[in-house]
Design a protein around this ligand. Structure first.
Ligand SMILES: Cc1cc2nc3c(=O)[nH]c(=O)nc-3n(C[C@H](O)[C@H](O)[C@H](O)COP(=O)(O)O)c2cc1C
Length: 170
């Protein structure tokens, strides 16, 4: 799958199959995060891999907007340094690279950003200088989804030529 095909077909996955994901895939997903560029190459992010069912259940309990992560085969908790300018852009780039890398290997994933912060910090020993920015749940999709179902606005509604509001001629 080329990069555009991965972007065009990838949908959020929140229902996962029980099938085990290999360690090679998990490593590759984390490598994708590692290789992502960050603001001034600060690489302020940290990633916690959760494979143990107990840890994943704990993450699900600490989630306010992602209880579905309970069904994931593995999860990654993304921490970032809020002192770095644009730190959430860095987080977004890393997580998208992880999601697309996984998708290319047939693994679905979903993001969530709502946590019970105090509980999460305590449960996962998160240092004070970092914030839990997002979490991703990964696994083989329980239901095969296709990019054809993507609900997105048409290009001419969101992109312009030369100045705001001027129609694209593509
Ligand atoms: C910054 C951001 C925060 C998100 N937070 C959540 C979340 O807390 N819980 C959740 O289930 N999905 C979350 N999502 C996933 C979005 O709902 C999803 O990207 C959107 O619905 C498009 O899904 P699709 O690609 O499957 O069409 C988040 C996505 C982004 C980019």
């Amino acid at each position: 799958m080329d990069a555009f095909d991965a972007i065009a077909t990838k949908l959020e996955t929140r229902q996962f199959d029980k099938k085990e994901v290999s360690r090679d895939v998990k490593r590759k997903v984390l490598e994708a995060a590692r290789l992502t560029g960050s603001s001034n190459n600060t690489q302020h992010w940290r990633f916690i891999l959760l494979e143990d069912a107990k840890s994943i259940n704990c993450l699900a309990e600490d989630a306010t907007t992602g209880p579905w992560v309970k069904g994931a085969n593995f999860a990654v908790l993304i921490l970032a340094n809020p002192q770095v300018n644009g730190y959430m852009i860095d987080v977004g780039r890393a997580l998208q690279d992880m999601q697309l890398t996984a998708w290319n290997l047939g693994i679905g994933s979903g993001i969530f950003t709502g946590f019970n912060q105090d509980k999460l910090r305590q449960d996962f020993a998160i240092p004070q200088n970092l914030v839990p920015a997002a979490a991703l749940g990964f696994g083989y999709p329980a239901v095969k989804k296709s990019g054809k179902k993507k609900k997105r606005n048409p290009l001419n509604q969101i992109a312009y030529s030369e100045k705001f509001g001027q129609a694209l001629a593509l």
